[in-house]
Design a protein around this ligand. Structure first.
Ligand code: SF4
Length: 372
C-alpha cells in the first residue's frame, strides 16, 4: 500500500490548505522532486515490500497530472512492484489535464482508477473556488476517461460553502441540486464529498478573517449533506464512509485499508507512513530535499485513532473491541440514544457497532464523546 505525494499545482484553490508548490513552467523542480522520490523508494524498499498485503498504489497531491508523464512513469517504475500488477492503482487528475493522449498514457502505465476533483457543476462556484476547469471541461474529461477505457472513476465534490458578509449563500439550494444532477448524469463508480472547512493558510481563511465571508451554518450544511445522501442512495450508491459513496463492488481499496489500520508507505514531501503497529513517520513539506521524522504512538493515540477511523465507516467496529476502547458511560448513552446501533455483517455473527447513516453528519461529536 503505497502513496506518492506530488506537491505541485498550476494554481491554488480558494479553500486549499494542502502542501503544494506552484508549478513553474520550464523549471527543474519537478525533475529534482522525481529523483528524490526515486531515491526514497530505493532506500525504503523493505518498508514498501512489507506493505504488500494491500496491493495498491495511490498517487495524490497537489495535482499529479501536472507532472510531466516521463517523471510520473519514472517514479512508478522505481517501486519494487510491476506497474501493471496493482489491485488498485489510482491517480488524481485535474479535469483540465485529461486529454485523450494523457488518458492513454495512464492506462498504459497500469493505472486502473482515476480520482477527479470536479468539486461543483456550477461555473460561478468553480470560479469562486479558483478551479482551473469549467463544468463543460469536467464533463469532457470524464467522457475522455470513459472512452479511453477507465471503468473505475471517482469524482470529488464540496458542499457547505460559506456565506457572503450580507448573509447570502454562495452555494444556493438550486446550484447544489444541479451539482448532484450533473454528478449522477455521469454515473461515476465512486464519489467523495467533503464539507468545506477553513484551512490554515488558505485564501478562504483570509477572507473569513477579513469578514468578507463567514462559515455556513451547520443546518445549511446538514440539509445539503442529507440531500446528497438521499439522492445517491436512490441512485444505488452505498454510503460506506462518512464522506464516501460507491456503486456495488467499487469501494476504494486503498482508502478502506487506511481506515482499517493497515500499514502504508508514503513517499515524497509531506507524505506520511505507518507501520501498522506503533510507528508513524512523515516527510517534511520542503522542496527539493525533504527529511523524515517520526513518533511512537501511545495506547491512547491508537485507541482514539481506531475509534475515529472505524466509526466513520458503515461497517463500524466489533462491540467487544469498542467496549475496551471507549468511555463506558458515553458508549451506553450513545447506544441508548440511537446515535450508535449494533449490527452484524452478512458473513459473520459478530456483533458490531456503527453510527447509523442519519447520524453520519454528527459523527465527529459522537466519536469525540467516546474517546477517553
Ligand atoms: S485543492 Fe488540490 S488542486 Fe487545488 S490547490 Fe489544493 S492541492 Fe492544488
Amino acid at each position: 500500500m503505497i502513496y506518492i505525494h506530488v506537491p505541485f499545482c498550476k494554481s491554488f484553490c480558494t479553500y486549499c490548505g494542502f502542501y503544494s508548490e506552484l508549478c513553474r513552467p520550464g523549471g527543474r523542480d519537478a525533475e529534482f522532486y522525481a529523483d528524490a522520490v526515486c531515491r526514497e523508494a530505493e532506500r525504503r524498499r523493505n518498508d514498501i515490500l512489507s506493505t504488500a498485503g494491500v496491493n495498491t498504489l495511490y498517487i495524490g497531491g497537489g495535482t499529479p497530472s501536472v507532472l510531466p508523464s516521463a517523471l510520473l512513469e519514472k517514479m512508478v517504475r522505481a517501486l519494487p512492484f510491476p506497474p501493471g500488477g496493482y489491485d488498485e492503482f489510482t491517480v488524481e487528475v485535474n479535469p483540465d489535464d485529461l486529454t485523450p493522449a494523457y488518458a492513454e498514457f495512464l492506462l498504459s502505465l497500469g493505472v486502473n482508477r482515476l480520482s477527479m476533483g470536479v468539486q461543483s457543476f456550477n461555473d460561478d462556484i468553480l470560479r469562486w473556488m479558483n478551479r482551473r476547469h469549467s463544468v463543460a471541461g469536467a464533463v469532457r474529461a470524464f467522457r475522455t476517461a470513459r472512452s479511453a477505457g477507465f471503468a473505475n472513476i471517482s469524482l470529488d465534490l464540496i458542499f457547505g460553502l460559506p456565506l457572503r458578509a450580507d448573509g447570502s449563500v454562495i452555494l444556493a439550494d438550486a446550484a447544489w441540486e444541479d451539482t448532484i444532477d450533473g454528478l449522477l448524469n455521469l454515473e461515476p463508480e465512486h464519489i467523495s464529498c467533503y464539507q468545506l472547512s477553513v484551512e490554515k493558510g488558505s485564501a478562504l481563511e483570509t477572507m473569513i478573517e477579513k469578514g468578507s465571508l463567514r462559515e455556513a451554518p451547520q443546518e445549511l450544511c446538514r440539509a445539503q449533506y442529507d440531500l446528497l445522501c438521499s439522492r445517491l442512495a436512490a441512485a444505488g450508491y452505498q454510503h460506506y464512509e462518512v464522506s464516501n459513496f460507491a456503486l456495488p463492488g467499487h469501494k476504494a481499496v486503498h482508502n478502506s485499508a487506511y481506515w482499517s489500520g493497515a500499514p502504508y508507505v508514503g513517499l515524497g514531501p509531506g507524505a506520511h507512513s505507518y507501520d501498522g503497529a506503533r510507528h508513524r513517520t512523515w516527510n517534511s513539506e520542503t522542496m527539493p530535499g525533504y527529511t523524515s521524522e517520526g513518533e511512537t504512538l501511545t495506547d491512547k493515540d491508537l485507541s482514539e485513532e481506531r475509534i475515529m477511523l472505524s466509526l466513520r465507516t458503515a461497517s463500524g467496529i466489533p462491540l467487544g473491541e469498542l467496549r475496551c476502547l471507549a468511555a463506558p458511560d458515553a458508549l451506553e448513552a450513545a447506544l441508548a440514544k440511537g446515535l450508535l446501533v449494533t449490527t452484524t455483517e452478512a458473513d459473520s455473527t459478530e456483533l458490531r457497532v456503527r453510527i447509523p447513516e442519519p447520524h453520519f453528519f454528527i459523527s465527529d461529536s459522537i466519536i469525540s464523546s467516546l474517546v477517553i
